[in-house]
Design a binder for this molecule. Structure first.
Ligand SMILES: [Zn+2]
Length: 243
């Protein structure tokens, strides 16, 4: 019945969605989507070094990362952000947690999903999150899982750009022009006070991807003048009526 357009981002840690698909979140909210972000963990152990060096406790680190992520989600106008608090380094997703994620997927009924690269030898939480996203997508499609609930269709899973791209076996096949929401993405990036060393890196990356957007949308023969872009790798084939 509902014709609502929705999307679901599955982020291993509290900050990942900001660097990697903050523009996609803000842009799709502008396009009328309701984008839900799920943070499987706060990244409390592995991605919060600055807070640990300051002597914070585990609970303080988690609270600080949660606040940063909530502020970033608000800067991106995200519809909803959920925290599953499953722990990081290692991310440990048991059967109950998978079922909880399936519930979210079925409730959201995303038109598309986003998660990490399939391979990340520096951060097994990241590739673990993608494996869980694929597994839970599959369960959510099963008519025999909680019969009576609305089953999931076939949302694309877009893999967002990892850090140290070339090491990850990640190859983009989609570039998204995020120029019109760049200010929102930069504001969200600046919510990540514990990771200031990444702010300019991800600004530069968006500018470089915009160059690739221009090149692939026509280049010197009339490419779109994108200033900022994000790259994604899609997992599943598209079904089309025209090429
Ligand atoms: Zn992470």
């Amino acid at each position: 019945m509902s014709e609502k357009k929705t999307a679901l981002v599955i982020s291993a840690h509290a900050a990942d969605f900001v660097w990697r698909c903050g523009g996609a979140i803000a842009l799709h909210q502008k396009l009328g989507y309701e984008v839900t972000i799920v943070c499987l963990s706060y990244g409390e152990r592995g991605e919060s070094a600055k807070l640990w060096k300051q002597g914070a406790t585990l609970e303080q680190v988690k609270a600080a990362r949660r606040t940063e992520a909530e502020n970033a989600a608000a800067a991106l106008s995200a519809h909803d952000i959920r925290f599953m608090d499953l722990g990081d380094y290692p991310l440990d997703v048991d059967r109950d947690a998978k079922m909880a994620l399936v519930e979210i997927i079925r409730a959201v009924q995303p038109k598309f999903m986003m998660s990490h690269s399939l391979w990340d030898p520096y951060n097994t939480d990241h590739m673990g999150a993608t494996r869980i996203a694929l597994e839970c997508r599959m369960i959510a499609q099963a008519w025999g899982h909680n019969p009576g609930q609305k089953v999931l269709g076939a949302p694309q899973l877009y893999l967002f750009e990892p850090h140290q791209t070339e090491q990850m076996g990640w190859k983009p096949d989609v570039f998204l022009d995020i120029s019109e929401v760049w200010d929102q993405k930069r504001a969200a990036i600046e919510c990540m006070e514990g990771q200031q060393h990444l702010w300019d890196y991800y600004t530069n990356l968006a500018q470089n991807r915009a160059n690739h957007f221009r090149r692939n949308s026509g280049g010197q023969a009339g490419g779109r003048a994108a200033k900022y872009a994000e790259g994604f790798q899609s997992v599943f084939p598209r079904t089309v009526d025209e090429l």
